[in-house]
Design a protein around this ligand. Structure first.
Ligand code: 6K6
Length: 146
């Protein structure tokens, strides 16, 4: 697996920031496979209100351009987020390899639109070593074959 992929990481912003530290760790780990285009998602300073000087329209435009240019998409879906759900659907239309990661500890049930999708690669994990295995397998099998 090469280390120079373009990776789009999706994680909740306005859906809630309680997992931001986890996003940071995932983004750091993904760095071994390439460039994570959306590094700001792990930023502790980024609140639910978000980057003050950037308009919603500018964010949408920038994020869709990144998504189009990405070699792979990794979505952390544990905190429900309209933006993450939308990005998964767009990535699917663009035929990108997508890995959805669900932290299986809080008892909050995942949307049927993700949990029930037969063609979506969804992996549950309960600790960091498990999530890392899912990521490694995704890049070693799925992404490399694309
Ligand atoms: C600027 C102004 C207000 O908020 C900001 C910063 N916001 C964002 N910056 C970058 N990407 C964003 C921002 N808001 C949403 N996204 C994209 O949607 C990210 O790629 C996330 O994966 C996803 C989060 O969606 P919500 O619905 O939880 O916000």
């Amino acid at each position: 697996v090469t280390g120079n992929l373009r990776i789009y990481f999706a994680g909740s912003i306005r859906g809630g920031r309680e997992d931001h530290a986890l996003y940071r760790e995932l983004i750091d780990y993904l760095g071994r496979y390439g460039k994570v285009l959306t590094e700001h998602i792990g930023d502790a300073e980024l609140s639910e209100t978000g980057e003050k000087d950037v308009s919603d329209a500018a964010i949408f435009e920038r994020d869709l351009a990144w998504l189009r240019s990405a070699d792979a998409v990794v979505a952390e879906v544990s905190t429900p987020s309209l933006g993450v759900g939308y990005e998964i659907a767009v990535a699917e239309q663009l035929e990108k390899p997508i890995l959805c990661l669900h932290h299986d500890v809080r008892g909050r049930r995942l949307s049927s639109m993700v949990a029930g999708h037969p063609g979506l690669m969804l992996r549950k994990y309960s600790d960091f070593s498990e999530v890392v295995e899912h990521i490694d397998r995704f890049f070693e099998s799925t992404v490399r074959r694309m």
